[in-house]
Ligand binder design. Sequence first.
Ligand SMILES: *Cc1c(COP(=O)(O)O)cnc(C)c1O
Length: 511
Amino acid sequence: MSNDKKFIDDKLFTLSSDGLSDENRTNALDTFVKYIEIKTNCFLGYQNSHDFKYEEDIKKFLNYHINNIGDPFIHGNFTMNSKGMEKAVLDYYAELWQAKKPHNPKDPESYWGYVLTMGSTEGNLYGIWNARDYLAGRKLLVDKPNHSHSLRRKEYARAVSIEDNPNAYTPVAFFSEDTHYSIIKAMRVLNVPTFYEIGKRFYPKQNPLNPSGEWTEEFYEVPSVGGKLGSGSIDIEKLAILVEFFASKGYPILICCNYGTTFKGACDDIKTLGEKLMPIFEKYGLIDRTVTYDREKHADIRNGYWIHVDAALGAAYMPFIEMAYKQKKIYYCESVFDFRLPWVNSIVMSGHKWIGAPWPCGVFMTKVKYQLFPPDDPEYIGSPDTTFAGSRNGLSAVILWDYLACNSYESQINKAIRCEDLACYTEGQLKIVQSFYPGLDLWIERTPLSLTIRFRKPNDKIVFKYTLSCQTFLINGSERHYSHIYTMNSTTKELIDEFVDDLKKPDAFAE
Ligand SMILES: *Cc1c(COP(=O)(O)O)cnc(C)c1O
């Protein structure tokens, strides 16, 4: 099988009511594994690392059902779980992201989190769900406990409060134009209105960013610095103007930041963002506001903002870049994104990106004081229903644990530096490719420190060979078709060189 071929013919996998003969079954499996191997060996287009070799240690678990259903910190009734490893993985990231550890349900400042069964998409959904209900004034786990199983459902349903301000419990969401589609999806699933939707509906012709006041489509998301041609990080000045507009109308504020955007690999400056927004939150009573969360008039004190950090890739490797910077092994470093910033409420990371995993997985982390009271208390599993999924993939905790057991900080620092160097090398090589095309701008760009380089989309054969992702940007009214590649742990210099050679061939950028 060569890599010029397209996908395997799906007919090979057709099942029948009699099952398949051994020969057909084995043939299908063998063909498929060859295909996956070829595609993996040439993979450049997405931020997934493949340099893992889990088969030796992990194979033995494949004949067991390992399920971490319920809260990671309570074993519950389902005994075939890997929660011991899950807790170790969570402690590791709590340390790396400088949260207060260990997790202690009695310490509101301590961290809480869990290993995701999906990737960051699940973490984003769960983070935004928590944000929505926290800002909408629903009951928190740290609020007055209620021990009756049967009461809980009813209590969730009526945990809404009333104040003079009709908008006080209607969160408004903000996110940049470079944000991953899973955030927009989460807003839809959870019915969280964005600033654009509220603005257009209730404040027509009052858009503070547009001289005409119109909520035109370009304000569907918060602009990034320099727009489509910029580095990809959120424009904090513009965000602050929008936030102030909605805060002044009494709305609580939900902000989704990026630490490593999907296409450009850009990091939002979450430190400066917080410093800029805190005085605005202060001015409009969004810090330490009193929230009456039930009909019995029980109240607590909490903030009227939530800052969620989508760090699908960045949270896994940028801490090691920071360490490399402190050791003077690298000369630049982004501002921090983690729990050192008191305004960060939740962080998500995908396990199959920087670390690499045979299936999607990830980590969600927040603090005990931000945890919501779960909608129900299923006595059935014997562990609180504090996660998004019911059944959770217990093998994900096993492989993340195994990776962290095999890789010291030092090894992760070295990997991060190698990937940065390779990204730098690739950028240089692509600039050489540009000199082969004097009449054609290849739009080669790399946001500083990111592991991705973007450029004009090559022909379909190259796109398929290297599994390139494609993205169209509308720039000054005309469409630009881009691709990008990521230099991950599994990416070799040899593969970059092969790719660069392919780009020098005469038809490389033919339509
Ligand atoms: C990849 C990515 C996601 C989604 O992660 P999945 O693991 O595919 O669910 C979310 N946000 C960002 C910034 C990403 O790069």
